[in-house]
Design a protein around this ligand. Structure first.
Ligand code: G6Q
Length: 545
């Protein structure tokens, strides 16, 4: 709305001031900069001092969040108001990890906590029984492999968390995630599995998603071929809000774990969708993951905006997106186990704030969600960091690092830490002409060689980053990290005045392929499609033979 546009404009005067200085100068002028621009939530420290900010800019940015009504909207979300206006739904994923004893209501209805606790208790019993072998396959063998079949929000969260919490898993119980309708995904997974020891979890909020249902049918066929139709019952479970459809698929009642329409797909890892995580790491660790998120929720709900981590990260993102025009944001965990974290955040952030109309349906007049991307360090350093250091685009980065590793393999972890700190320092400082010349002189290069090489070896610096540091990647810390980013996305969506909780672009994808399938199968003609699509279908049918 016009309100957001006029609120964003005053940021430009702060940008103008900060454009005339560098972070290198700001650090030199203020030895207390780290203390001024760092904050904590529980076990997580956020150092945001290596950003193009000063006290004046931060005040304006926090003021922007306050004026956008972040506090009121946050409270409205938690009060169960239907803030997802295009689907007329409450947004209550925080309830899934709520550890308090107050009632929580969706859109003024009954307390939803008893239902949440009941499903959690059933998840506890079921995951315990799969792990201890009291639930077995049709032939009496203990399960050694669990395949989660789901896509998008029914895949990315549990897949990311399972990888991240590998130290808490058991070597004799392996989790697999199949999402793509590309038969390669299911084919390659099944190739290594023994049907007698394999359990399938069909995870789908709607239980109508084509990829998931296709994969589920293939898995059912594979199992029935090996063990007979009667075995299917013992090898399948379902996670869904559509209990009628799970029933129709033939999954027995006590293996169906429900959730609710106020849980968005990309916010569902805290719900029954987390069952594969509970099976992998044990229910107590899954519960600790929920508790970590609950602690972050409390921080978000109770801490003044000035010290509120999700708010600080959100307004810095708005600062770069709207005042500086930076269009991408890198998430760079120095934590190999967070190798799917950026992919997870891509969905969380880009599906939430990749919107170009306001809540009232008008075209937005300002850029919204940035492109989120990233890979773990140090690998990225040997690949795309070149562009972050010396490319023509400025890419704000989040670095993540644990103080303690899970393994005792010195000197690995100190090296990892040295690398992450070196990167953020180098991005901030850059390398001046004088420094390059001095360096090349010391190497004994000729005057001409120094002249030719210097521009290539200079680094502009002044490139912004946040560093998140935590003691160890425990289930609690992981839960807190995920919740931190969820709330960041919420705050940004509020400032940008968009609905962060619908996903019409995803729904479109679900419809488009349906219309083309009969044509690709050669059952009907391609009339009505553009000539490119018609030509490609013809070529495909000819190649397919
Ligand atoms: C998430 C999106 C989307 C969804 C998948 C799977 O917020 O809505 O990624 O999770 O399309 O949907 P189902 O769980 O209904 O199969």
């Amino acid at each position: 709305m016009a309100k957001t546009e006029s609120a964003l404009n005053p940021l430009m005067k702060h940008r103008k001031r900060l454009n005339e200085t560098t972070m290198r100068e700001l650090f030199a002028a203020d030895t207390g900069r780290f203390e001024s621009f760092s904050a904590s939530a529980g076990e997580i420290l956020l150092d945001y001092s290596k950003n193009r900010i000063d006290a004046g800019a931060m005040k304006a940015l926090i003021g922007l969040a306050r004026d956008a009504g972040v506090e009121a909207r946050r409270d409205a979300m938690w009060a169960g108001e239907a803030i997802n206006i295009t689907e007329n739904r409450s947004v209550l994923h925080m309830a899934l990890r709520y550890g308090g004893d107050q009632p929580v209501r969706a859109a003024g209805g009954d307390d939803i906590m008893p239902g949440i606790r009941e499903v959690l208790e059933r998840m506890r019993v079921f995951s315990d029984q799969v792990r201890d072998g009291s639930i077995r396959g049709a032939t009496g063998e203990q399960f050694t492999d669990v395949v989660n079949i789901g896509i998008g929000g029914s895949d990315l969260g549990p897949a990311m968390v399972t990888l991240a919490l590998e130290p808490y898993s058991r070597a004799d119980l392996r989790l697999h995630y199949v999402s793509n309708v590309d038969g390669a995904h299911m084919g390659d997974t099944l190739k290594r599995l023994d049907p007698k020891r394999t359990m399938f979890i069909v995870a789908s909020k709607t239980f109508t998603t084509d990829e998931t249902m296709t994969n589920a049918n293939t898995a059912r066929g594979w199992l029935a071929t090996a063990l007979g139709d009667g075995a299917v019952n013992d090898h399948f479970a379902a996670l869904s809000t559509n209990l009628a459809a799970t029933d129709a698929f033939g999954i027995r009642q006590d293996r169906i774990f429900g959730f609710w329409d106020w849980v968005g797909g990309r916010y569902s890892v805290w719900s029954a969708i987390g069952l594969p995580v509970a099976i992998s790491v044990g229910f107590d660790n899954f519960k600790a993951f929920l508790d970590g998120a609950y602690q972050m929720d409390r921080h978000f709900l109770e801490t003044p905006l000035e010290q509120n981590l999700p708010v600080i990260m959100a307004v810095l993102g708005v600062w770069y997106r709207n005042a500086w025009g930076f269009s991408t944001h890198a998430v760079l965990p120095y934590d190999q186990r967070l190798s799917r974290f950026a992919a997870y955040l891509q969905q969380q952030d880009m599906e939430s704030n990749g919107k170009s109309v306001t809540l009232s349906g008008k075209p937005v007049q300002w850029p919204t969600g940035p492109i989120i991307w990233g890979e773990p360090g140090t690998n990225g350093q040997h690949a795309f960091y070149q562009l972050i250091h010396q490319g023509t685009d400025v890419i704000p980065c989040d670095f993540l690092i644990a103080a303690q590793p899970h393994e005792h393999l010195p000197p690995h972890h100190d090296k990892l830490v040295a690398n992450v700190l070196a990167q953020s320092e180098a991005l901030m400082l850059g390398k001046t002409k004088d420094e390059v010349v001095a360096e090349l002189k010391a190497q004994g290069l000729t005057k001409d060689a120094i002249k030719a090489l210097t521009p290539h070896k200079m680094f502009p610096g002044n490139r912004p980053s946040n560093t998140l540091m935590y003691p160890k990647l425990t289930p609690e810390v992981l839960g807190a990290l995920v919740a931190l980013y969820e709330h960041k996305v919420f705050v940004q969506g509020t400032i940008w005045d968009v609905n962060s909780y619908d996903q019409w672009g995803v729904e479109l994808g679900k419809q488009l392929a349906k219309a083309l399938l009969p044509k690709v199968e050669g059952m009907t003609g391609t009339e009505g499609h553009d000539s490119s699509t018609q030509g490609l279908v013809r070529h495909y049918l000819a190649l397919k033979g």
